[in-house]
Write a new protein. Structure first.
Length: 316
């Protein structure tokens, strides 16, 4: 018995302990948070080797981040599971094997994990990242993996480092950049603009009174990284089909004596209407400035107008 669902014609998600095909699979393994340019380069190697050898291609990943199991603490992520799988599907890989990372799996040796992949999913070739480690013993090396693979009937190869514009790429670096508000730098490593998604909820309606109506966004994925407080030039998609330029303020609204809660408020250019309860995606293009307290609503309105002009120049 197996369970699978299809995200696209290109990739099936397998959520079980057996792979049906006897053809054999070339695969890589990782959590792939963000599905950044380094991940895509690694997956491209998988696709190339699979085609050359007449095998299927696969990605082995996890429903939960291994660090949450090892530390017992939730962590902020670049992509929700839904977004991560959608971006993995866009690579054109045949299969994604979606596993639960458990304490028992955390105790497996690299040898036993390679055996598990071979026996359950017919993995014939495993591509590992240039600095990737797996298995309980972190001191095991790429040479150890190759030796284990030879014993088990799995060839191992290592993908080279991906260095867009000379910068090292990793999910942890991208998380740090987003936490600092450096969304443009994060986009260079991701190879796409960072985005959050959610629904419009009731707000304070102050923006409407000063000529800058805003949509107050509740993020659908609680673990999603919210960029640093500040004002951003953004592109906004409403209900997956209506596209707008705009700007977003992230912060605790110090000018109007907020209760300290972090708010995400989006102002859509050239839009009029009610967005309450609508689905919205926000793509971060550039940070305009940090959040600051203004001396009254007049100064706030003047600053928002300057922000809008700045954003429009960037988004042209």
């Amino acid at each position: 018995m197996y369970f699978c669902f299809v995200l696209s014609k290109a990739m099936q998600i397998l959520d079980n302990s057996r792979h049906l095909s006897s053809k054999g699979m070339v695969a890589t393994i990782g959590f792939f948070d963000g599905v950044h340019s380094g991940h895509k380069s690694l997956i491209a190697d998988v696709l190339k080797i699979a085609i050359q050898n007449g095998l299927t291609s696969g990605i082995i990943t996890f429903k939960n981040h291994p660090k949450t199991v090892l530390s017992g603490k939730a962590m902020q992520l670049i992509t929700s599971t839904k977004e991560r799988l959608r971006r993995l599907a866009a690579t054109g890989t045949d299969y994604c094997i979606l596993l639960d990372f458990t304490p028992q799996m955390a105790q497996m040796s690299a040898h036993d994990f390679i055996a598990f992949l071979h026996d359950n999913y017919n993995i014939r070739h495993l591509v590992v990242g240039y600095d990737h480690r797996f298995g309980h013993n972190i001191n095991e090396t790429y040479d150890d993996y190759c030796r284990y693979g030879k014993e088990l009937g799995v060839t191992i190869s290592r993908s080279g480092a991906c260095m867009p514009e000379g910068h090292k790429v990793s999910s942890s670096i991208i998380r740090r950049l987003l936490g600092e508000g450096r969304v443009h730098d994060a986009a260079l490593l991701l190879s796409y603009d960072y985005e959050i998604e959610g629904h419009v909820v009731a707000g304070h309606q102050l923006g409407r009174r000063i000529g800058f109506p805003t949509a107050n966004i509740s993020c659908d994925f609680p673990e999603k990284i919210i960029p640093a407080n500040g004002v951003y030039a953004v592109r906004i998609i409403v209900n997956r089909k209506y596209h707008y330029n705009g700007m977003v303020n992230i912060g605790n609204r110090p000018t109007v004596h907020s209760d300290g809660e972090i708010c995400i408020e989006a102002h859509l250019f050239d839009f009029s209407g009610n967005l309450y309860e609508q689905y919205i995606e926000i793509q971060f293009i550039a940070r305009l400035r940090s959040e600051k307290k203004m001396n009254g609503l007049k100064e706030l309105t003047d600053q928002l107008q300057k922000d809008k002009e700045h954003a429009m120049n960037i988004l042209l």
